[in-house]
Design a protein. Structure first.
Lengths: 247, 247
């Protein structure tokens, strides 16, 4: 019980710190502008004449690719640079509680951005008769996928004191996960790697899992996939932070 | 209250601390002296549970920091070097966060925060953002964080470094005020501080203890009767660098 309280204290501080600086507002406005622009101007949402949000969700992995690493790059890198990590890790809190607090704060922050796209749902309902179940699934899938991105971003932030390095590495890792099933990437591996490995890498793609979810099918395997990415990255962050030699 | 046995830390090929042993009882103020890079900060980081020791142990209130880190961290108040704090938070907000993480709730939280603000003379800046404070106030804010939960053990890494003479005097007065009810370790390379606040002192050089005794005993060991002569003799490699006196 006390562990949860401590975890919540870290979580509240982290979430508050987004809103204490302009970061939160810049992020949320950029997120909404970008998803809006891609959906309406690039994918011609109105001209499609269908009452669903499939095109809207299609762009989520790409918007997250750019924005989630920006929101997570400071999680640990900034603590390490300013030395506050020394305060945080000498408080009567376990490392895992601290990591979970930060992870949940960043994930909830991204989720706030996702939820703020609700006007597009209202618009669709006003103009047509969409399947709300499918839309709900799309949102759940998108939030799950965002959690996976956040976990990757938190992991790379734990690796370094430089937020720029954390951002770039997170972007590269997420890009790789995004493109894992794409032929130019698989052909890089298929020339030398055994086929099971190539298929394994392809199966690790963020987009592959998201395809079915955004059509309204939440498969337990997809949830397990995103959850396992998060668990793996949280465990990775734990290992990295436990084995650091200095601040 | 605090007992350190053969504590050692190795960073790759570098042996930063080579087997340090000492103890601090209630009501004692231990001055931890040594040139920069002698291993003072590393030793303190091991006692506070920020870094795991390579060998040896640190016991605080009977708890081994390696086995029961959370129990140890609960008993310790720690002021790290350079007094880190979250610059985007206000003084009160920061102290409330620390109180939360330390498990203080409701009325006891408010009392602890107000008490720390009062003891550290922070009333005039309590609503100010930490990033806008002068170094002296920032130091005191971090000091307030360390004494907030009225810890039995207080560990301070160069608490007066970079402060002006008036601020130094304030910090020393604060340490003296609470010395009788705590076990305190203060690291410094300012020798006048030892006479001002410490009941005993250790000189550490190249990761080893080279002198251990009361300030008077240490002074007696020097030919000139002055602490800084003894300090120079011991840390620059004088004739009796391995002899220690029990204090």
């Amino acid at each position: 019980m006390e562990g949860i309280q401590n975890c919540l204290a870290v979580y509240r501080r982290e979430l508050k710190s987004y809103f204490e600086s302009p970061v939160a507002y810049v992020f949320l406005v950029s997120f909404l502008l970008l998803t809006g622009f891609l959906t309406f101007a690039v994918a011609h949402f109105y001209e499609r004449q269908t009452a669903d949000l499939e095109v809207f969700f299609t762009f989520h992995p790409w918007v997250y690719l750019l924005l989630v690493p920006a929101a997570t790059m400071g999680l640990w890198a900034e603590e390490r640079r300013t030395g506050t990590i020394e305060l945080l890790l000498t408080m009567p809190v376990t490392l895992l509680q601290t990591i979970m607090g930060k992870f949940l704060a960043a994930w909830l922050f991204i989720t706030i951005g996702i939820v703020l796209t609700f006007p597009i749902v209202l618009t669709t309902c006003y103009l047509g008769d969409p399947d709300l179940g499918v839309i709900f699934c799309g949102y759940v899938g998108s939030i799950l996928m965002a959690g996976a991105y956040v976990s990757v971003g938190m992991f790379t932030s734990a690796l370094t004191r430089s937020q720029v390095i954390a951002f770039v590495i997170a972007l590269l890792v997420c890009l790789l996960l995004l493109l894992a099933g794409w032929p130019p990437v698989t052909s890089l591996f298929s020339q030398w790697a055994p086929s099971w490995l190539v298929e394994g890498i392809a199966a690790f793609s963020f987009t592959q899992q998201f395809e079915s979810i955004k059509r309204g099918v939440i498969d337990l395997r997809d949830i397990a996939y995103y959850a396992s990415v998060m668990v793996f990255m949280i465990a990775g962050s734990h290992t990295v932070l436990q084995n650091r030699t200095a601040a | 209250m605090l007992e350190v046995r053969d504590l050692a830390k190795r960073f790759g090929a570098i042996e930063a601390v080579k087997g340090v042993s000492f103890s601090v009882g209630m009501g004692e103020v231990l001055g931890f002296l040594g040139p920069n890079g002698a291993g003072k900060t590393t030793t303190m980081r091991m006692i506070t549970g920020f870094l795991p020791p390579t060998a040896g142990s640190a016991l605080v209130g009977g708890h081994d920091v390696a086995r029961e880190p959370v129990a140890v961290k609960r008993l310790i108040g720690y002021l790290p070097e350079n007094a880190p704090a979250y610059h985007s938070m206000s003084v009160t907000g920061f102290l409330q966060f620390v109180a939360d993480v330390r498990g203080l709730r409701g009325k006891s939280r408010a009392t602890a925060v107000d008490g720390a603000i009062q003891k550290c003379r922070l009333e005039t800046v309590r609503h100010q953002t930490i990033g806008t404070l002068s170094k002296g106030y920032r130091q005191r804010t971090c000091f307030a964080q360390a004494i907030l939960h009225n810890p039995q053990v207080l560990i301070m890494d160069e608490p007066t470094d970079g402060l002006d003479p008036n601020q130094k005097h304030t910090v020393r007065t604060m340490i003296k005020e609470m010395a009788h009810e705590k076990a305190i370790i203060v690291s410094t390379h300012i020798l006048e501080e030892v006479d001002a606040i410490c009941t005993k002192a250790i000189i550490i050089s190249n990761g080893r203890i080279v002198a251990n005794g009361t300030p008077a005993q240490l002074r007696a060991r020097s030919a000139t009767g002055r602490l800084d002569d003894l300090f120079r003799e011991l840390t620059l490699g004088g004739p009796n660098t391995t002899r220690t006196e029990e204090g």
